[in-house]
Design a protein around this ligand. Structure first.
Ligand SMILES: C[S@@+](CC[C@H](N)C(=O)[O-])C[C@H]1O[C@@H](n2cnc3c(N)ncnc32)[C@H](O)[C@@H]1O
Length: 190
């Protein structure tokens, strides 16, 4: 659905921010074979893995200080990365800066479900998941960090306000995976 949200008009230059090991970049390359897809992350080992998996163009860089001139991207994608940004408004303003006027920003991120599901979700995130992770991998703390970052992420209405403040106009937002993940698609105002 993230890829479909970029299809009209078909972008020529796409930046996949916080690309990790390249899942989204690979999908973009496959769906937009003539487009230039740039995969950016600040973690070199993940970029090397992305390259080994077939991502053609990787850039080591910080999403909070993008190494690109303004108004150069037709679309920016960001999957499960905004939650980890040390300065979210700065990250959003950088996305706005590099987008062409009318360019699309497609964001995929965890989204805490509303009450009463939030209660079960919090139990699963903060107790059950770290407990299982500790048993299986001895990395319960990493899952506690994940739980905290998900629960501290703004609710959809607050996020829309932040996007608006950054000059990104909401086109649509869609809840996915039983409401645990949300796709948010915006356009840079001309
Ligand atoms: C959960 S991973 C998501 C990876 C990928 N987008 C995916 O969906 O599989 C989050 C990624 O964000 C990257 N990241 C976090 N903050 C960043 C920043 N300021 N600049 C660049 N990359 C960042 C991390 O290195 C990590 O690869």
């Amino acid at each position: 659905m993230l890829v479909a949200s970029l299809k009209r008009p078909s972008p020529k230059k796409i930046l996949d921010l916080a690309c990790g090991s390249g899942d989204v970049s690979l999908l973009l390359q496959k769906n937009f074979p003539t487009a230039e897809v740039i995969a950016l992350d600040f973690c070199r080992p993940l970029l090397e893995r992305a390259k080994a998996r077939g991502v053609r163009q990787t850039v080591e860089g910080d999403a909070l200080n993008l190494p690109f001139p303004g108004q150069t991207m037709d679309a920016v994608t960001l999957a499960f990365g905004l939650r980890n940004f040390a300065d979210r408004p700065k990250g959003l303003s950088e996305i706005h800066r590099v987008l062409q006027p009318g360019g699309i920003f497609a964001l995929l991120e965890f989204s805490p479900p509303p009450f009463p599901w939030k209660f079960f979700w919090n139990f699963y995130l903060f107790h059950f998941m770290p407990w299982v992770a500790q048993l299986l991998t001895r990395h319960g703390d990493s899952f506690r960090y994940l739980a905290r970052s998900i629960s501290e992420f703004p609710a959809p209405s607050a996020l829309c306000h932040e996007l608006h403040e950054a000059g990104l106009k909401l086109l649509f937002t869609r809840s996915m995976s039983l409401g645990l993940v949300r796709l948010t698609v915006c356009r840079k105002l001309p």
